[in-house]
Each structure stands twice: as C-alpha cells, then as structure tokens.
Write a protein that binds this ligand. Structure first.
Ligand code: ZN
Length: 307
C-alpha cells in the first residue's frame, strides 16, 4: 500500500513574517492519518485550528492566506510547497502569529526542518486527486493574458512560463518544467527564492506590506540587475520559484494531485481559481489510492530522495 506520511518528531523554527515583519514561532507536529495539514493559531486567547482546504483560502493578493472565521494565516505557500514536495499528508503547524516566517524566501528551510524531524509512514492509504479531464482558467488578452490548466497525467508534473521583461530575467529561463517522477524537488526547486523589485518594495511598504523583506530573504532587483551580492541560486531561479509557489498553492486542495499542471503568468489567485474550478466539476477528477505500490506513479512510490 502507498501510505500516508507524517513527521516522526516535533520540530520548531523562528523567523519573521515577510509582510508583517513580526517575529513568529512555528512548531511542526505529527498528526493522525486523514488529519491533513492543519494550522493552529496558538497565540489567540483560545487556539483556533485552520484546516487547509481550497475553501479556506481567503485572500491571494500577495500570498496565499487561509482563514477559519476571523483567524488567519498568511503566506502558507512555501511551507505547503515543501509538504507537497516531500509528500507530507498529515501535519499540525502551530504558529504564534498570523504569518508563516519567510526564512530565506524559499522552501529550503522547510525541507530541512521536515527532513530533520524524519518522515513516518502511516497505516492508511495515501489518497490522490486524479484529474480525468482537462480543467482550465483564463483571464485577459494580449499582454494581459494569463492562464492555468490541469490535464490528466499518471504522475505530477508542472510547466510554468513567465514573461518578465527585465535584463536579469531575460538572460535566464522564462520557462521551466518539473516532473516529480524524474526530478528532485529538494535539489531542483526548493531553493528558489521569492523575488521583487526595489520600486515595488517601496510601494508595498507604504501599504504596510513586505516589512520583513530584504536581501536575506528575496532576490531583489532594480531596473537593471540583481542586487544580492551572491547572485542567483539557479540560472532560472525566477521561474523555478513560480513552480515552487504553484506546488504550494495546488497542495492547498488537501490531497496530492495526479495531473499535469501548466501555466502562463499565473499566480496565487489564479492557482486557487483553478482548484475551485476543478472541485466544481466532479466529472473531471476521481479520488484514488494504490494498494499495490508498484502501480503508483514513479516518484511517489520510491523512497524520498535526499539532497
Ligand atoms: Zn513564493
């Protein structure tokens, strides 16, 4: 049987929120089979659980925010991406503020935390959402066109294209593909950092956003170049971060997808629309599990790859 996974032990991290600039403590704890990923705001007078589901997404302006009533957690996508990449099904995320710490702006620190805690196989079948018919969302035209799509595929692969006309981005890749069956999430995707422009950062700060952002947790560019003294981690780090984000955004659906995702200039909002479109069309997907691990797509059945 292809089994669900949780952590073997508890692990903790401390950092600051990208947008709030607030100090925040995060504790990742093992959870029972079929719990899913549940954020718990432990700083509120009464702790509030916020289970991660496509419907719990309440805001996607700068990052993916989930909510249960008035209790919120912002910027869940990089941690969710690490969980998707390592195949963690069940997890409690105790959090002491309303934003996940940005750490180094990638998912690498979350991968490290999850791997250090150890991954435990559980006595319950891992359930997947297998896409059986294509689903697509589309918006705008010409220079404003963007779209995202899920199509049937025995496995999980993503292809993303951006269109950023900037000297630092033009000279690197605008398009990248990642396939769970042949590539390594930890090696190829997890280290890609979020990115921003100095002029946008100034505007965001004026609106009370990006208060915790800087050169140690983002790629920062002016009109001509990357300002980080140590340069890029991957030649195509920009578009790889979009794959990282998309994996986190899609994992919010609550189960791993068996599908080919492709997108052009999509973002958190459109990725969430795509999930809602999928869920609105039950004829386009089915829930499957694998009694015989050998029938599972490559990359899901194998032991986890190390760095
Ligand atoms: Zn991101």
């Amino acid at each position: 049987m292809l089994a669900q996974r949780t952590l073997k032990s508890i692990t903790t991290a401390v950092g600051v929120g990208l947008h709030s600039g607030q100090r925040v403590e995060l504790t990742l704890r093992p959870a029972q089979p079929d719990t899913g990923i549940v954020f718990r705001r432990v700083d509120l007078p009464e702790p509030v659980d916020i289970p991660v589901t496509a419907q719990s997404v309440s805001d996607t302006r700068m990052a993916s925010t989930i909510a249960n009533g008035a209790a919120k957690v912002h910027t869940v996508e990089h941690l969710m991406s690490a969980c998707a990449g390592l195949g963690i099904d069940n997890l409690y995320v105790d959090i002491s503020a309303e934003e996940v710490p940005i750490l180094d702006g990638s998912a690498a620190s979350f991968v490290f935390l999850l791997q250090s805690a150890g991954i435990e196989l559980q006595r319950a079948p891992r359930r997947f959402i297998r896409v059986t018919q294509p689903v697509e969302v589309r918006e705008g035209e010409g220079a404003n066109l963007k779209w995202a799509r899920l199509a049937p595929y025995h496995g999980f692969k993503l292809s993303f294209e951006i269109e950023f006309h900037h000297p630092a981005v033009d000279s690197t890749g605008q398009r990248v593909e990642f396939d769970m069956s042949s590539d390594s999430y930890a090696r190829d995707i997890a280290r890609a950092r979020t990115f921003g422009f100095t002029k946008d950062v100034e505007m965001m700060r004026a609106n009370g956003l990006a208060l915790g952002g800087g050169l140690d947790n983002a790629i920062v560019m002016d009109d001509y170049k990357v300002l980080n003294s140590d340069g890029l981690r991957y030649d195509d780090e920009f578009v790889k971060h979009k794959i990282l984000d998309a994996m986190g955004d899609l994992y919010i659906v609550g189960k791993p997808l068996l599908a080919a995702y492709s997108a052009f200039r999509s973002g958190h909002a459109m990725n969430n629309q795509l999930l809602r479109e999928l869920l609105a069309h039950p004829e386009c997907y089915e829930i499957v599990s694998f009694d015989d691990e050998r029938k599972a797509p490559k990359g899901f059945a194998q032991p986890l790859r190390a760095w």
